[in-house]
Ligand binder design. Structure first.
Ligand code: HEC
Length: 182
């Protein structure tokens, strides 16, 4: 490289560094001014960014990995929540079954967030399977039930027994079975 080419390359590097520094400073200035830049309310370009409730956030963190972030899981491994989960809300036993599932009862969130997660699951994914008059879970109810988890239970048998007691006209699950193949 000739001395001139070296000088040009050095000047270009300096200009690049200055551009990056100026960009960072501008971003910081915007971050200091919430009206100009608030990642929770919208991007700098004005495109709305969706905000998530605590229930939705924790569903994605604690449940979505298995059940899919939209409640649809890989068939055969994990029950499909979308269009099915509401039918469990037809009976008190089904309502309790959900909270006592080990993956639910032991989720790393407090009772009120867990209630929000479950309400998100049943009201957002239940669709036609959800009966009309379902009351949302409360933190108190969830707190009580999760302290008696179904740890050493055959969950499928328990679920079958609950479904056998469920009024066939209550909730309309999707035609395909919610049962994971094993
Ligand atoms: C490690 C994978 C995994 C995670 C994480 C998980 N689940 Fe599940 N879920 C399952 C499996 C498998 C079943 C079937 C019953 C069983 O074996 O636990 C199930 C059953 C369910 C059911 C009953 C569905 C039916 O039709 O019988 C609900 C509701 C549910 N899970 C909600 C949740 C929620 C809410 C969370 C997060 C707090 C969660 N699950 C986390 C795998 C998971």
């Amino acid at each position: 490289m000739t001395p001139r080419a070296k000088a040009v390359a050095a000047a270009r590097r300096a200009a690049l560094v200055l551009t990056v520094v100026a960009g960072v400073m501008a971003a910081r200035a915007r971050a200091d001014d919430p009206a100009a830049f608030n990642p929770l309310q919208g991007s700098a370009q004005g495109t709305p960014v969706p905000t998530l409730t605590a229930g939705e956030t924790h569903y994605m963190q604690s449940c979505g990995g298995c059940h899919g972030i939209l409640g649809s899981s890989a068939r055969g491994n994990v029950p499909e929540l979308r269009g099915n989960v509401g039918r469990l809300m037809c009976t008190q036993a089904g309502r309790e079954y959900i909270v006592r599932l080990p993956n639910v009862a032991f989720a790393g969130v407090d009772d009120s967030v867990l209630a929000e997660v479950l309400n998100y699951v049943i009201f957002s994914f239940g669709d036609a399977s959800l009966p009309q008059d379902v009351k949302p879970y409360t933190a108190e109810e969830v707190g009580k039930l999760r302290r008696e988890p179904n740890k050493n239970t055959n969950l499928w048998n328990l679920r079958q027994a609950i479904m056998a007691q469920t009024d066939p006209d209550c909730g309309r699950p999707k035609p395909e079975a919610a049962r994971p193949a094993q």
